[in-house]
Design a protein around this ligand. Structure first.
Ligand code: NAP
Length: 292
């Protein structure tokens, strides 16, 4: 199977590349090879070879920055996704496109399914929703994966930031009233492959690790696990705070847990709990990379 991975230089792209390398004939593309906002270039490169699948992990991902860079966010996340979907349709390739829990407003108290009504609170969420709509409008062979709270060795991420701060500070204040599910990019990479391999029908699929956490819970466990790995931290107090005590440019959903039943039915695969996956990540992080 010939697969083209767009966004290979990003955090998720790093782990998707590592996994797919052993499964298929894989070509990696960074922004220098294909800028997804350049429709002519997208079509020209996609027509060069007979790709079976194009996986798009590229996006404008600066959630707060998008509030003042709306045009850029919509160009990359909306039109860019549409360009890829059109080009895939033209060559008969399947498109796997990554979206986000930030398409929801967080007003629900039960996990969001694929048919729950999106209502983004932020420009970033709106631009990702525009991307989903652009992909679906082309009506080709596509899979959209909505996911949440990613971390992995291929990019800057929340647990690394927490540990780096915890080495220098006695007190850290972390939001407890936003609830979702942390997701290891390695597990999401597996999910991308499982959906390809099981020839899942076109449509939207939710994928995150199992379980529910606040940012406070996420930070708390990262600190515990780092100590278990022998990292010396200055931190003595992790203080739970409300969202309004840590104002950000973009509004984020208070609740964004995703229902994964459709993914499990389609692939037959089990999903790891976020606490287990974070444990695996922290172990790998401290043994294979320079400590932050
Ligand atoms: N991170 C999260 O917590 C999270 C949560 C839910 C969903 N997601 C989604 O998951 C996907 C992967 O996220 P990530 O965290 O891995 O993102 P990331 O680390 O920011 O990587 C995104 C990649 O896209 C590239 N890119 C940006 N604009 C491009 C363009 N016009 N053409 C081609 N490539 C372009 C970037 O290249 P440069 O670095 O050179 O600009 C970067 O390599 C995205 O769709 C994101 O929306 C992320």
């Amino acid at each position: 199977m010939k697969i083209l991975l767009i966004g290979a230089g990003g955090m998720l792209g790093h782990d998707v590349a590592a996994l797919l390398e052993s499964k298929c004939d894989l070509t990696l593309s960074s922004i220098d090879y294909i800028d997804i906002t350049d429709e002519a270039k997208v079509i020209e490169v996609l027509k060069r070879e007979e790709w079976d699948v194009v996986v798009n992990t590229a996006a404008y991902t600066n959630v707060d920055g998008a509030e003042t860079n709306e045009a850029m966010a919509f160009e990359v996340n909306g039109e860019g996704a549409g360009n890829l979907a059109r080009a895939c349709n033209a060559i008969g390739a399947k498109l796997i496109h990554i979206s986000t829990d930030f398409v929801f407003d967080g007003a629900s108290s039960i996990p969001y399914t694929e048919s729950s009504q999106p209502a983004p609170l932020s420009v970033y969420g709106g631009s990702k929703l525009a991307g989903e709509e652009a992909v679906m409008r082309e009506d080709g062979d596509y899979i959209i994966i909505r996911t949440s709270w990613l971390y992995g060795v291929g990019g800057d991420n929340f647990p690394d930031k927490i540990i780096s701060l915890a080495r220098d500070r006695n007190i850290l204040s972390i939001i407890f009233d936003q609830v979702g599910t942390p997701t290891h990019t390695l597990d999401l990479a597996e999910a991308v492959w499982n959906l390809i391999d099981s020839k899942a029908d076109s449509g939207i699929y939710n994928f995150s690790n199992e379980g529910v956490a606040s940012w406070y819970d996420f930070a708390y466990l990262a600190v515990e696990l780092a100590r278990k790995e022998g990292i010396v931290l200055k931190l003595d107090t992790l203080r739970p705070i409300r969202t309004e005590e840590y104002p950000t440019a973009a509004k984020r959903p208070a609740f964004s847990v995703l229902d994964k039943a459709k993914y499990k039915r389609a692939t037959g695969a089990a999903i790891a709990h976020w606490t287990k996956s974070l444990g695996a990540y922290m172990k790998e992080r401290w043994t294979t990379k320079e400590k932050p």
